[in-house]
Ligand binder design. Structure first.
Ligand SMILES: Cc1cc2nc3c(=O)[nH]c(=O)nc-3n(C[C@H](O)[C@H](O)[C@H](O)COP(=O)(O)OP(=O)(O)OC[C@H]3O[C@@H](n4cnc5c(N)ncnc54)[C@H](O)[C@@H]3O)c2cc1C
Length: 236
């Protein structure tokens, strides 16, 4: 019996390119004028019916990389691909794939309509306000309002463990309970915050030099992975 082609083989076949497994999902580079066709190929040929996200990377003088993550969910596994293209800085526009992934329910059509008609679209910055205390009298902060660390995860788990600690600490006097909750929960956030602050500086640098270094390092990831694979093969 012929074995099922792997996900990488299917990608290579569908896009007629050699696909190297990299850091995270495999990436396929496509020309900007093939952007919509590539999404259609992923949907129709590879079963990528789930549009996960669209994002961009500032590549400085080289323009912007635009990336969409498409997934083919099946029972017990999810295969996915990052389709990537590059647009120049002075013509930063890309064809819309809305039609390929039309039909999402809920408020998605309304949101897309609003994006299309907006002339004041902007990307918000991510910021955090440090509050010295989490309660005043009978009023207390929980979840992100108190213990948010970043967008990199752990916010939900910290919110839930904080809620548990709060419930455990409230035992009679509310003000004292809120203070006890903060005394127990704050150290948990502090421990996570240190590692997140380090990761944030690496992944979201604040200077053009930092962005260039990060982009260079990310481009090296496939090479590092390939070297690791060679090492593993030799060690067998
Ligand atoms: C892009 C992104 C990715 C993330 N990924 C992860 C992850 O992988 N893992 C993880 O653990 N965490 C992740 N987080 C963080 C996580 O989502 C939050 O830490 C978590 O949702 C915080 O829970 P919360 O209940 O404090 O706040 P929220 O979930 O923000 O809930 C606050 C609620 O209050 C409502 N609200 C606001 N103002 C009012 C008002 N005036 N009146 C009534 N209601 C109001 C809001 O509509 C909202 O429903 C991510 C966050 C983002 C933005």
């Amino acid at each position: 019996m012929t074995p099922e082609p792997s996900w990488l083989e299917r990608l290579a076949d569908a896009f007629q390119v050699e696909v190297e497994p990299g850091f995270g999902p495999p990436t396929v580079d496509v020309p900007v004028d093939g952007w919509v066709d590539a999404a259609r190929t992923a949907r129709d040929t590879l079963g990528c019916g789930f549009f996960d996200f669209l994002t961009g990377v500032d590549e400085l003088d080289e323009g912007f990389s635009v990336v969409m993550h498409l997934a083919s969910p099946a029972v017990g596994r999810v295969d996915s691909v990052l389709l990537r293209t590059r647009v120049p800085r002075d013509a930063a526009a890309i064809p819309c794939v809305c039609a390929v992934y039309a039909g999402a329910g809920w408020r998605v059509p309304e949101l897309l309509d609003r994006v299309r008609s907006a002339d004041d679209l902007y990307f918000d910055s991510v910021s955090r306000i440090q509050v010295p205390t989490w309660s005043r009298g009978r009023i207390g902060l929980v979840g992100d309002a108190a213990s948010c660390v970043s967008l990199f995860g752990d916010g939900s788990s910290l919110a839930m463990s904080g809620a548990f600690t709060l419930a455990d600490s409230l035992n009679g006097d509310i003000s004292a309970g809120l203070r006890a909750y903060e005394a127990r929960h704050r150290p948990q956030r502090a421990a996570k915050e240190n590692s997140v602050a380090y990761a944030t500086r690496l992944l979201i640098p604040a200077t053009p030099t930092g962005i260039a270094v990060r982009n260079f390092a990310l481009h090296l990831m496939p090479l590092v992975n390939a070297a690791q694979r060679v090492g593993i093969e030799r060690g067998k």
